[in-house]
Design a protein around this ligand. Structure first.
Ligand SMILES: C[S@@+](CC[C@H](N)C(=O)[O-])C[C@H]1O[C@@H](n2cnc3c(N)ncnc32)[C@H](O)[C@@H]1O
Length: 233
């Protein structure tokens, strides 16, 4: 293991990365570009995942567990991974048999993820969830996977972001939302900003809820929820 890869160095760089991200977010917000900091964080990281505060280089455990529980022989179809970041979730979805389209608002992230995972069943794209979906993505996916992206948005931006999610689904398709959860005040100073369950109520007009699970974090971490919805035929 090189010196640069020693865990203590990683932790030091991660702490620095968080401070840099906070500064970039503040600068972008005061410049009226509240989503601009994501790309700035990836660009500034210059290939070092320690400098991306959410760059764990592993599939999220709540998604891995959900994928492991899928019936082995069921057809998988095509999935859209929302806010794909460094691509670990997209890769896990592809390894589980899905044809994956993975997008992120950050071109830097997409380029980095595509290099990490040149998987034949993953298509990478730059797209802002706040924008109308490209025509080819409308009503097009069997599964839409939103993992840890909404919690990176301030609460004021979440309702319009959540409202976009059903647009991508085929009739009969499913939406999976995995996020940190809270019952208390939604907004602290810095992200992640856990969601309150009622924030997903905006989906009730277009989707049916299939399941809703509270997942208590082991080791005193923050709780999550994992919600599955279905678009009626
Ligand atoms: C906290 S990271 C989570 C990344 C990944 N889903 C994971 O579980 O590791 C949030 C990601 O969402 C992306 N993102 C934020 N706002 C977005 C938007 N409006 N449209 C698309 N991607 C967005 C960010 O660039 C970042 O990569």
């Amino acid at each position: 293991m090189s010196e640069a890869e020693q865990p203590e160095n990683f932790e030091t760089r991660r702490a620095h990365g968080k401070a840099v991200a906070d500064q970039l977010r503040a600068e972008c917000e005061s410049a009226g570009r509240p989503l601009g900091w994501f790309d700035a964080v990836y660009r500034g990281a210059d290939g070092d995942p320690a400098m991306v505060p959410w760059g764990h280089q592993k599939v999220r455990p709540e998604l891995a567990e959900w994928l492991a529980a899928l019936p082995r022989d069921a057809p998988r179809g095509c999935v859209l991974d929302v806010g794909a970041g460094l691509g670990d979730n997209a890769n896990a979805l592809a390894e589980a048999g899905f044809r994956v389209t993975a997008f992120d608002i950050s071109g830097e992230a997409v380029e980095w993820a595509a290099k990490r995972f040149p998987h034949p069943n993953i298509e990478w794209a730059v797209h802002n969830l706040m924008d109308p979906p490209p025509a080819a993505w409308r009503d097009a996916f069997d599964l839409v996977c939103e993992v840890y992206t909404l919690q990176a948005l301030r609460q004021s931006m979440r309702a319009p972001a959540i409202a976009r999610l059903p647009d991508f689904l085929k009739p009969g398709g499913h939406l999976l939302v995995i996020t940190k959860a809270t019952d208390g005040p939604p907004e602290g100073e810095t992200p992640p900003w856990p969601l309150q369950r009622h924030e997903l109520d905006v989906l009730a007009g277009t989707l049916e809820m299939v399941s809703f699970e509270y997942l208590d974090a082991e080791g005193g971490g923050s709780p999550h929820f994992r919600a599955l919805y279905r678009k009626p035929d």
